[in-house]
Design a protein around this ligand. Structure first.
Ligand SMILES: *[C@@H]1O[C@H](CO)[C@@H](O)[C@H](O)[C@H]1NC(C)=O
Ligand SMILES: *[C@@H]1O[C@H](CO)[C@@H](O)[C@H](O)[C@H]1NC(C)=O
Ligand SMILES: [Fe+2]
Length: 224
């Protein structure tokens, strides 16, 4: 009923509510964290987590909903210019929402250590050793100019793991064809309050809270 009301309210300005209008009414919501804001301390402070989740991620979600609403309107009016103009906002906020949703589940208060089983085997196969993998993704993440992400992704085409960094606004899958397994947020909002401008210290600490079970789960799903 609530959904139906939403549909009516938001589409009522259109003379003929288009199918696209009805279909795009599913609003995105901020996912709850699977742990408390303070659960990752001392490695990531409660203050950082709260700001990051309740302000930054929430803003991506809100702006994605706004952009989608405008897009639906542009579609229903057949306004192609407006549709094109909305692409960057959809990409940026949609990418931010997807990235952070993955990132939260990649972390855990019971995380750290090393992966096991099939993921560890693949890491050894594709990087030589776990240490070498860590060095590589750390180097790539430290090296991101300005805001961005370091990723461990899986290439289905080549059946191999790959480490990449992204500082542009394209989602990982769109630009590289990689399925994201582990993302490390190196935007300043992810560490500045605690580590100031020393990104390498944050990157050292984050290994203590990586949820390898989740990364392994994603690896398994990616190979199906
Ligand atoms: C999301 O991740 C992709 C891949 O790393 C990156 O290109 C993009 O800038 C990220 N978006 C945001 C808003 O963090
Ligand atoms: C872990 O990753 C999967 C994706 O494979 C996701 O659906 C799941 O919710 C995550 N679980 C947690 C809490 O780590
Ligand atoms: Fe972030």
């Amino acid at each position: 009923m609530l959904v139906a009301l939403g549909v009516l309210r938001r589409c009522s300005t259109n003379v003929v509510p288009a199918v696209s209008c009805l279909l795009s009414r599913q609003k995105h919501t901020l996912p709850d964290l699977p742990y408390d804001y303070g659960a990752l301390q001392p490695h990531i402070s409660a203050e950082v987590m709260q700001l990051h989740h309740s302000k930054h991620h929430a803003t991506y979600v809100n702006n994605l909903n706004i952009a989608e609403e405008k897009y639906a309107e542009a579609l229903s009016k057949g306004d192609v210019t407006a549709q094109i103009a909305l692409q960057p906002a959809l990409k940026f906020n949609g990418g931010g929402h997807i990235n952070h949703t993955i990132f939260w589940t990649n972390l855990s208060p019971n995380g750290g250590g090393e992966p096991e089983g099939e993921l560890m085997d693949a890491i050894k196969r594709d990087f030589g050793s776990f240490e070498k993998f860590k060095e590589k993704i750390t180097a790539v993440s430290v090296g991101v100019q300005g805001s961005g992400w370091g990723w461990l992704g899986f290439s289905k085409d080549y059946n191999r793991l790959q480490v990449v960094s992204c500082s542009n606004q394209d989602p990982l899958h769109g630009t590289t064809g990689l399925i994201p397994l582990l993302g490390i947020d190196v935007w300043e909002h992810a560490y500045y309050l605690q580590y100031k401008n020393v990104r390498p210290d944050y990157l050292k600490a984050v290994w203590n809270v990586i949820n390898w079970e989740n990364v392994t789960e994603r690896y398994r799903a990616a190979r199906k």
